[in-house]
Each structure stands twice: as structure tokens, then as C-alpha cells.
Design a protein around this ligand. Sequence first.
Ligand code: PHE
Ligand code: CO
Length: 297
Amino acid sequence: MNTNPPKRVEHQQTDKGYVPVYTTDVVEQPWAGYSATDHEVWATLFKRQREILLGRASDAFLLAQDAMGMTPDAIPKFDDLNIALGAATGWEIIGVEGLLPELTFFDHLANRRFPVTWWIRKPEQLDYLAEPDLFHDLFGHVPLLMNPVFADYMQCYGRGGVKAHGIGPEALVNLTRLYWYTVEFGLIKQADGLRIYGSGIVSSKGESIHCLESDAPNRIGFDLERIMRTRYRIDTYQKTYFVIDSFEQLMQATAPDFTPIYARLASRDSIPAGEVLATDPVFHRGSGEGWLNDGDV
Ligand code: PHE
Ligand code: CO
């Protein structure tokens, strides 16, 4: 793709208040511009997460991350990763300034391009920041694009997103919940136990431990329509995690046309983030300890 020099548009006053506004351009990764501190943040987070993720992240994730050649030594160059990624699945990383408008994002995925935020968080933000940065995007999302089945799932999601966008906002809400509970916060059942594959978890120290070891959250077997009805948390750990058996199961369950599903769900209530239904295949029923009552989105 043609690229432009990064130009981060800082905070701007809009009708939604004072919010970050980004260009939707694809930008060249300004690799020579990363400071020693930027590389240190990457190294610190990389080493810390890899240690936590051994025995917690799925084998598929850890193997894919090794196969890509990501190391703690320096912030990877997108061009280098793209050689491994292109050879494995034909996916490509593109540099962006931050979160993209939905349709732009879906279009990239539908064409096997994954947008990665080029800038990395500051040292005082190691444990939390409110928006995706390079560490979340690159460490969290990119490795599984090396996996052929997951790579196809992401492209199908992008195509599905373009379609849902045309159907309307309620369809988009349903589809976004699927992304949230799989791509961002999914768990997978491995022969030797539950493991993490969601990017939002693998890029977070606290949630990597919480999602598997805490009694508080529910861990429930994957069910497409159930997930599409389930609200979620954006400001706390999830109250519920959904568990897939395999990426093949995920692909098969999401292959049918969602159009009739969206129509059916339009007349049904959403499910609160922490609720367990009588029909749920429960791996663990959460104790609910520490849950806030308000704030499911
Ligand atoms: N089958 C979905 C549809 O018709 C597309 C999709 C596939 C969405 C995989 C998400 C994941 O919209
Ligand atoms: Co993400």
C-alpha cells in the first residue's frame, strides 16, 4: 500500500467532547524515530508477558509468535514481520495512527491487512491504557495471523463487518460482541486445560492471570447467538469469558450468513455481562467477587 508520513492528530474538541482524532491514512512505521525508552517499554512488556503466558496462552499463539521472529531486543520492523506473515498466510501489517472508523477497519481485514498502531505507550502506562497501542496490536493481535485457520476467520470477520455495516447499527453491535468475546477476550480448550488466545488478554498482565485463575469470572462454552446478545466491559476485567474448542469450531460456527441471525436477535433482549443462563455450558460459574453493577456496554 502507499504510505504517508505519520501525523498524529492530537486531541480535538468535537461534538463528543475533547477526544483523540486520528488520520485514517496508512502510515510508514517511523522506526528510526523510536527512542531508547520506546524500545525499553517494548522489551519490558515483551519479557514480562512471555513469562506469564507460558502455560497460559494457547500453544498456537506462542508458536506463532516465535515463528514470526518477534523478540524483546527491539520494536520489530513491520517490513520484517511482513516477510514471515506473507509467506505463512498472505496477511500484511499496515501502520496506522490509532483506532479506525469501523468501515475502514473492516475493509482492511477483508483484504488481509491488519492495522497496527505505530506508537507505543509510555513507561508509566505499562499496566493500562485506554486505547490500543503498538504493544497491544503487535504483540497481541499479529501472532495468530500466522495461523491459517485464524487468519481466515479474521478475513471473514472483515467481510462480515462490511455487510453488517450495510444492514445497520444493531447488526454491528451483535458483530462487535463476537469480536470482543473471541478476538479480544477468547479462551480455548486445549488438551491440557484452558488457555488464552484473545489479544486483549495476552497484552495485559493482570487479565492474563485473572481470566484463568480467578474465581470471579464465568467461563462458558462458545455459543454464537448467546455471545451476540451479551454485553461486555470496557473498563474492568471481563465478567464472562467464552471458551472455544478449536479455531476450526470458530470458523464453522461463524460461516453461515448472519443476516437471518441479526433479524432474529433484533427482537431479543441483551444479556448482562455477568449473567449465566440455564442453557450455558459452564466451565466455571463466577463468584462475582469485585464486580461493579453498572457499566456493561
Ligand atoms: N458469516 C458471517 C456473515 O454472514 C461473516 C463472518 C464470518 C463474521 C466470520 C464473523 C466471523 O456475516
Ligand atoms: Co485489539
